[in-house]
Design a protein around this ligand. Sequence first.
Ligand code: 13P
Length: 210
Amino acid sequence: MTEAALREQLAMLGASLFQRGYSVGTAGNISVRLPDGYLMTPTNSCLGRLDPARISKLAPDWTHLGGDKPSKEVFMHRAVLTARPEAGAVVHLHSTYATAIGCLAEPGETAPIPPLTPYFVMRVGRSLPVIRYYRPGDAAMESDIHEAAKGAKAVLLANHGPVVSGKTLADAVHAAEELEESARLALLLRGAGARTLTPAQVDDLLATFG
Ligand code: 13P
C-alpha cells in the first residue's frame, strides 16, 4: 500500500474503533511501519476524527519529520516495532474490558486472559505479558515492553491498556478487537468455571493458523 492509502486506512480504522467504543476521548494511538519510517497518530488526537494529511510521520530513527506532533507513546510503539520485525502496525487502546483485566492481573503474568475461544488464540496468541504500571509517555517503559514483545504479539499494560501488533494495520486492529472481546468474555465468565481450550487445542490452532 502507498503511504497515502495507509494514511486513509489509518483514519478510517481509527474512526471505526472510536465509533464502536474501543476508544473514547483522545485515548489510544496507532503506528504503521513504512519503507522510509513510520506513521503515528498525533498526540491528543481523537481516533474518531483523524485527518490523514496531519498524521505524524517519523524517520527511520524515530525523529519527527512531518504532520502534527506524534503521540507521547512513541516509546511504546518503538518498543514493539523494533522487537517484532514482522509487525507492520501497533494499536494501543484503553478499551474497557482489556483495561479492567490489566487492573486485576499481576505484572509478570503471561496469560491474564484464558484461551476461551479459537480467535483469541489465532489473533493474539498464547501469551499476553502483563507489564508493570508506567506513567503514560514514560520512556522507561520501552525496555520492559521490548523484551516482552519479542515473544508476544500483544502486551497488557497494568492499569492502562493493551498494546497489540499485527502484520498489517488491519491485522493489528482485528487483533485488538479480538483481545477486547476475549477480555469481556473472561470477565463475564469469571468464577463460573467456564471450559477453556485445552493445551492440545491451542497447539493445533497455532500450528494450523500460525
Ligand atoms: P497520546 O494522545 O499522546 O497519543 O496519548 C494517548 C494515550 O493513549 C496515552 O496512553
